[in-house]
Design a protein around this ligand. Structure first.
Ligand code: NZQ
Ligand code: ZN
Length: 392
């Protein structure tokens, strides 16, 4: 197994009504002024923003607002946020929303601590020098950004979606009330569950000796998400199921499921980021559309690993033929995706792509044929193209 570091500095406040503590929690950070950052409509419509502002007022914390974050969050709003925070003297950012809002907050936080263009971080030509502290009120269980070291931003010009990872952006606190996720459309709930599964699977499908304890945590996490996602499709107001999924979302991406697995594969995420950047698809749905094709393309490198997944996650008996069990496991995961109305092909995702469009995606994903992705099997541009074609 590989050596690892594990760092989760985020203070979690989990459960009913926890958002009411937000004013006191922000005040305890000792800041002068807070940016309340949020998305399109949902937080305003549900009354959550009013509650938060009332809590900040009651705690005597000065605040300004910036809404309008879209899924696959835009660089242009990050620039606006940086300008606003500089003008207003903001020294703490409160993200009220999901991964898009949190990632936008992280990007603003980075931008406030550097001279020059924050995109240089996402372009991987510079490293962050600091990040204004961030707090989170989470409204969708999905990205795990509330505890992660990652931020993913889309530069509108050219449709370029890129991530930047740095420990200094991990939120100071995350307020997680599962009730806040009950207003989600079923589609977003299912996309979130898919993303959570993928954050664990990306770390699980590696080609090195792993730790039994990490494997067991990951397998239990996947079973829990699958079980509770099915409940939520029938009972969206089921608090226990919402809570299981919400906590699984954080544990799947705070590093826990990567202990001893060497960092993970992440090829599906890279392939999806191109779809998100160019076609603005919802992240979880894009992952579901790609995963089965990726899995069938790579499983023969280590069918035993896929067979372990099939047996321990889906209770598929493992005979001597690991390949057969592996394929049954891949099919079982795709059947799960279908059961929560997730796409298992690009067509079902709403994309009917030409050969040229698929080639362009692979060209972009390989940084113009200059990089490979994945570790379970290293994939070059031609491999990427084949996987997109299989997923068509
Ligand atoms: O904008 P509003 O009106 O709030 O609507 C949002 C949005 O349309 C809606 N929503 C959120 N909470 C809601 C709600 N609707 C009703 N009730 C609620 N309680 O849901 C939609 C999706 O929101 P978004 O924040 O985009 O979802 P998610 O958390 O899935 O974040 C996706 C983004 O995170 C990135 C993805 O690439 C994508 O850009 N990721 C970030 C990661 C990280 N930072 O660690 C890791 C992930 O792999 C992922 O790449
Ligand atoms: Zn993801």
């Amino acid at each position: 197994m590989s050596n690892f570091e594990f760092y989760t500095p985020t203070h979690v406040y989990f459960g009913r009504d926890t958002q009411r503590q937000v004013g006191d929690l922000v005040r305890a950070q000792g800041c002068k002024k807070v940016l309340v950052h949020f998305g399109g409509q949902s937080a305003r419509r549900s009354g959550l923003l009013d509650q938060i502002e009332a809590s900040l007022d009651a705690a005597g914390v000065a605040h300004v607002q910036l809404g309008g974050v879209v899924p696959n969050p835009h660089l242009s709003l990050v620039y606006q946020g940086i300008d606003l925070c500089k003008k207003e003297g903001v020294d703490f950012i409160l993200a009220v929303g999901g991964g898009s809002v949190i990632d936008s907050a992280k990007a603003i936080g980075y931008g406030l601590c550097m001279d020059g263009d924050v995109w240089a971080l996402y372009d991987h030509t510079r490293k962050a020098e600091g990040c204004t502290p961030i707090g989170v009120v989470l409204t969708i269980a999905a990205s795990g950004s509330e505890m992660s070291n990652s931020s993913v931003i889309t530069k509108e010009e050219g449709g370029i979606k890129r991530g930047y990872n740095d420990e200094i952006c991990r939120p100071k606190f995350a307020i997680m009330n599962p009730e806040l996720t009950m207003t989600l459309p079923d589609y977003q709930t299912a996309c979130g569950c898919t993303d959570i599964l993928m954050h664990t699977m990306e770390r699980y499908f590696v080609n090195i000796e792993t730790m039994e304890i990490t494997d067991s945590i990951s397998e239990a996490l996947m079973q829990t998400v699958i079980y509770n996602a099915r409940i939520l499709m029938k009972e969206p107001d089921n608090y226990s199921a919402r809570a299981e999924i919400m906590w699984a979302g954080s544990l799947s991406h705070n590093g826990l499921t990567g202990c001893g697995t060497g960092g993970g594969d992440w090829a599906c995420h890279q392939l999806e980021h191109e779809l998100g950047g160019v076609y603005n698809v919802t992240h979880g749905a894009g992952l579901a559309a790609i995963w089965g094709s990726w899995a069938r393309y790579v499983y023969e490198v280590n069918p035993e690993r896929f067979a372990q997944f099939a047996t321990n996650v889906f209770d598929i008996p493992c005979g001597t033929d690991y390949k057969e069990t592996a394929l049954a496991g891949i099919e079982a995961m795709e059947n799960f995706f279908r059961s929560v109305k997730m796409p298992t092909s690009l067509h079902e995702l709403g994309l009917d792509l030409t050969d040229q469009q698929i080639h362009d995606l692979a060209f972009k994903c390989s940084f113009e044929d200059t990089r490979t992705i994945g570790v379970f099997k290293q994939l070059n541009m031609r491999d990427m193209e084949k996987i997109y074609l299989m997923a068509r």
